[in-house]
Design a protein around this ligand. Structure first.
Ligand SMILES: Cc1ncc(COP(=O)(O)O)c(C=O)c1O
Length: 439
């Protein structure tokens, strides 16, 4: 798996430089097992899911290089068009075209509020909470956390209570995911100094709900040991506490738990079917990374299914060391629970450093207008840019590129509120164009 490093998350600056550097560090996580990879995948996917099926749409984005800069955003010298019904299956292998393009997995279309990687992470997670008779869920995130909102909506759909710890102060006007979190869950705003110690904060809040508390990864392990029986695993049932008391499950920030991985492996299995992307075609899978859980899940899926796919993650929120730690943690949790086979993470072959500067809002606007796909300046624009860049190599013999859209559609509302001037610039440009036309 490859991580691409993006320094300074994107909103306030223009990306004008691109450096790359290679790392020779190749950490390997090796788990010994008697299971074959196929058996492992079968075992991990044999469970109850939130999504009725793993299906998703795949579109194809064609990239044209322009002679002159025609847009004011970061992607001003390229234009895009969207083929929303590309021929897949055999055609992915056979299709040769001089025009660069990339596929995009439209997971952003899965649900109006719970989409992208949020839907995939909760796919295995929520049935597990239900199977263990959980009543309440505690999780945390930034004020505009798509994860927190997704947990709140999904819990409400199942009759569970979501308690959301959001970083910082309550904004004067609620919008985007912040508004959704408030509508569907119980929100507590937490000072940044307390939020900095997330794990302590989550467990203190879970304890304050006066029920029995269980950690998600323990449920995962229990579900695996006694796979087919519904076995409540809360301490109070053994300790003689009333059985109608709350049973609280703690979900890490961004659902950065091992139990988020099966949903992503399920997505990889779906995509690798012969009539979608197939199993033989070398592919570069591009995804944006916050905690890195999505990228790790996709990587594990590809590895265990023996696919010639390379997962490249754009690192947006942590250092390479932080991502390595998270990757090792997730894999060791999986090993503990699932007896994972052989080497899961082969190596980090390199990463790039992007100095990010301004122009993202205009780039998102261009992409929306030319393709109908909404990306946000924080996460999905970064993956789009990398997919665009890698797609240029494909006609020269490079692997085909597939971007996984991680959703986060409503993030734009929060950003518009927070970074008014950037959205104002767009508005001002439109006003100037109009007044020039009038005069
Ligand atoms: C739109 C979007 N993309 C990507 C991510 C990061 O995903 P991960 O934490 O699995 O790396 C997030 C965070 O939840 C997100 O909201």
């Amino acid at each position: 798996m490859k991580f691409v490093f993006q320094r300074n998350p994107p909103i306030l600056s223009v990306r004008h430089q691109f450096h790359s550097q290679c790392s020779s560090i190749s950490p390997q996580v090796i788990c010994k097992s008697n299971l074959s990879k196929e058996e492992f995948v079968l075992k991990i996917l044999d469970r109850r899911w939130t999504l009725r099926n793993p299906d998703t749409k795949v579109h194809q984005i064609k990239v044209s290089t322009l002679q002159t800069q025609q847009h004011c955003g970061l992607l001003g010298n390229v234009s895009f068009s969207n083929n929303s019904h590309p021929s897949l299956g055999e055609n992915v292998r056979e299709w040769h075209d001089d025009q660069p393009s990339f596929y995009i997995v439209r997971d952003d279309l899965l649900h109006p509020l719970v989409n992208g990687n949020k839907a995939r992470k909760l796919d295995a997670l929520l049935p597990l909470v239900e199977d263990h008779l959980g009543t309440d869920v505690v999780t945390c995130g930034g004020c505009q956390s798509a994860h927190a909102a997704a947990v709140a909506v999904s819990c409400a759909e199942r009759g569970l209570k979501a308690h959301l710890l959001l970083r910082g102060e309550q904004p004067q006007v609620l919008t985007g995911y912040n508004l959704i979190s408030m509508l569907y869950g119980t929100v507590t705003y937490v000072p940044r100094s307390i939020y900095a110690k997330r794990e302590e904060m989550l467990s203190a809040h879970a304890d304050s709900l006066a029920g029995s508390v269980v950690c998600l990864d323990d449920l995962l392990e229990a579900s695996f040991i006694d796979h087919n029986s519904v076995k409540p695993n809360f301490p109070n049932l053994e300790d003689g506490l009333p059985s109608n008391s709350k049973k609280v499950v703690v979900i890490n920030e961004g659902a950065g738990n091992a139990v988020a991985l099966p949903g992503l492996i399920r997505l990889v299995q779906y995509l690798s079917q012969d009539h979608i992307l197939g199993k033989d075609q070398p592919l570069k899978i591009v995804v944006d990374a916050g905690t890195g859980t999505t990228a790790v899940g996709l990587g594990i899926g590809a590895l265990c299914l023996g696919l010639p796919w390379e997962v490249t993650a754009v690192m947006l929120a942590d250092t390479i060391e932080g991502y390595r730690k998270q990757e090792e943690h997730l894999i060791s949790e999986l090993c503990r629970c699932y007896d994972v086979p052989t080497t899961l993470v082969e190596s980090y072959t390199g990463w790039n450093i992007w100095n990010v500067v301004k122009g993202e809002v205009e780039a998102c606007q261009q992409i929306a207008q030319e393709t109908g796909v909404l990306v946000d300046p924080i996460y999905t624009l970064a993956a789009w840019e990398l997919a665009t860049q890698l797609s240029q190599e494909e006609p020269k013999g490079g692997a085909k590129v597939v971007m996984v859209h991680t959703g986060g559609t409503l993030g734009m509302f929060g950003l518009a509120q927070r970074y008014k001037s950037y959205f104002y610039i767009t508005f001002l440009t439109i006003k100037l164009i109009i007044s020039n036309r009038i005069s």
